[in-house]
Design a protein around this ligand. Structure first.
Ligand code: SR1
Ligand code: MG
Length: 405
């Protein structure tokens, strides 16, 4: 028996239930609780605790000392503080797309948050080929607000620098520096290359010196461009969705980085869903509906982001020099170039590196998977090498279409 107040340890289901009774000021005294560990991510433990008597539930998220995906990654459980703090900031800006958090515990490195079990992880829904027509509208509200309102364009610079300090996140940044920017671009032992795709990767990725040079420049941007308080891992596995609601979860990779990192990450993962639809949907009409939905969503994500970004800019009090003629357009252009580059990097890392995505790995037919992977990698190269040329949604869609022909 423990009162959870002295020493950190990773909890099992029984202990998480006991924690809820003793430490969470949430359930009523006569609650009848059950608890299940439901985490399916790479890093943390997620407990769903249900009060059957009063039909209520809550999520308790605890950070362990190593990543679930591999104990090679030793990651401080303090990331739980970062996640709980940034969820509060995001909730302030976009409550409609952020889960509500309740209690953070710096000893047990866990926090409680709203149970979103009536939603589904978006990646799982997309591999079942479900569509969400309001998603682009929802996610661009989230991104435009969180990315612009935390930047030097709008924030008091000293307050912004305080946030930069609070969200220094060296261990999780190192994971992205390694897994996104470094390992996919050489024959690293930790990569998980699908054998049929290996010849393509060797020739088109590992032997392309221009591509390597560009990824080096981009890695240094990631490490030095403290532009916005980014989510840092905004893929479709970090989004809970249902028909009329979108909630962004899992921001433990948050830090001050390039705004385009979040947008590009999302675009790449929509392309994985597109690749899955192309490979897996046999009925031509159904395939057309699903893949067209994704192309429209990719276009809308870019165009609505631009529209909302410009609207927030025009309604905010702006840093003096940022009002100079041409600055706003140049600033947005650079976010779009970063978006394209990160879309390319994310496409490469999920196919070549560790931590792959079911959109691709669930394609059982070997030739179909190889084709899907090579198409994604072909698009990825252009996104990285030609990143300055992507100006609107149609530019992104045109590259996806031509790469999948
Ligand atoms: C060791 S963690 C592997 C990956 O899972 C997370 O979702 C991030 O994308 C990270 O790169
Ligand atoms: Mg995650």
């Amino acid at each position: 028996m423990t009162d959870f107040s002295t020493e950190y340890f990773t909890m099992n289901e029984e202990q998480a239930k006991e924690y809820a009774i003793k430490r969470l000021n949430y359930f009523q005294p006569d609650a009848e609780l059950s608890c299940k560990e439901i985490g399916d991510g790479n890093l943390n433990y997620v407990f769903r605790i249900v009060d059957h008597k009063h039909k209520d539930s809550i999520i308790l998220k605890q950070a362990g000392p190593v990543a679930r995906i591999s104990d090679e990654f030793k990651v401080s459980p303090d990331r739980n503080r970062i996640e709980s703090d940034i969820l509060k900031i995001q909730y302030q800006y976009v409550p409609e797309h952020t889960p509500k958090t309740y209690q953070y515990d710096p000893i047990m490195n866990c926090f409680a948050m709203e149970d979103l079990s009536d939603h589904e992880i978006m990646r799982n829904a997309l591999v079942k080929h479900q569509v969400f027509p309001d998603f682009a509208d929802h996610i661009t509200t989230f991104m435009a607000n969180t990315l612009l309102l935390t930047s030097d364009v709008v924030m008091n610079h000293k307050e912004k620098k305080e946030l930069v300090k609070t969200f220094i996140n060296p261990e999780l940044c190192e994971i992205s520096e390694d897994l996104v920017y470094t390992e996919p671009f050489y024959d690293c032992e930790r990569n998980e290359v699908f054998p049929a795709t290996r010849p393509f990767i060797e020739k088109e990725i590992w032997q392309d010196e221009q591509l390597q040079l560009e990824t080096a420049k981009l890695k240094f941007d990631f490490m030095t461009k403290a532009q916005s308080l980014i989510h840092g891992d905004l893929h479709t596995g970090s989004i809970f969705i249902k028909e009329d609601s979108t909630k962004v979860i899992d921001p433990e990779f948050a830090f001050y980085g390039p705004a385009g990192y979040d947008i590009g990450n999302l675009i790449a993962n929509l392309i994985f869903a597109y690749a899955n639809g192309k490979a897996e949907i046999e009925d031509e009409k159904e395939r057309h509906v699903f893949t067209n939905y994704l192309l429209t969503t990719i276009k809308d994500v870019i165009d609505l982001f631009k529209e909302k970004f410009n609207r927030i800019w025009s309604q905010s009090e702006i840093e003096q020099v940022a009002t100079y003629k041409g600055f706003q357009a140049a600033y947005l252009d650079s976010i779009l170039a970063d978006t394209a580059a990160v879309a390319g990097l994310e496409l490469c890392r999920r196919i070549i590196g560790l931590a792959q995505v079911i959109d691709i790995t669930s394609i059982e037919d070997e030739a179909a998977r190889q084709q899907a992977e090579e198409r994604c990698l072909r698009a990825a190269k252009q996104f990285i090498l030609q990143r300055e040329t992507f100006k609107d949604g149609e530019d992104f869609v045109a590259l996806v279409k031509s790469s999948f022909q």
